[in-house]
Design a protein around this ligand. Structure first.
Ligand SMILES: [Zn+2]
Length: 137
């Protein structure tokens, strides 16, 4: 039998939230951030529109106590990110995945193109994801 998804704990609408709500992040006009707030992992999807204002450093380097998986998917255009992992900085082109072990200092900012940036933080509870953020040394 077919049911509506509302009222089912396994299916959730993504809701729009500002990047300003995330420590070490700032909202920019060309990103729409969609999150799922009640999963056992943290899920955020950034819909990135091409902008002449790129690149802006809208994410500061940070680290947290859970591993993170990023997926970069371009739409019609290639989507390019500047990704910092520890001491190193990389130019990363779509399609790509990035594994960030727990405790590793990191940041990722879109530098050109359009598409989707998917962020999964593999925490084991539904508590606020960014409580565990610490300021980099
Ligand atoms: Zn992070």
């Amino acid at each position: 039998m077919e049911s509506t998804a509302s009222g089912n704990n396994y299916i959730q609408k993504l809701i729009s939230e500002s990047l300003d709500d995330v420590p070490f992040h700032s909202q920019v006009e060309w990103i729409e951030r969609l999150v799922s707030t009640n999963l056992p992992v943290h899920l955020a999807v950034h819909k990135i529109s091409d902008s002449k204002e790129m690149p802006i450093e809208y994410v500061q380097s940070h680290r947290h106590s859970h591993p993170e998986l990023n997926i970069i998917l371009g739409d019609d255009q290639m989507l390019t990110f500047k990704v910092q992992l520890g001491e190193n900085t990389y130019v990363v082109e779509s399609p790509s995945s990035i594994w960030i072990p727990s405790g590793m200092e990191h940041s990722a900012v879109a530098t050109s193109g359009s598409g989707y940036f998917i962020c999964l933080i593999l925490k084991d509870s539904a508590t606020s994801t960014y409580e565990s953020l610490t300021v980099p040394p």
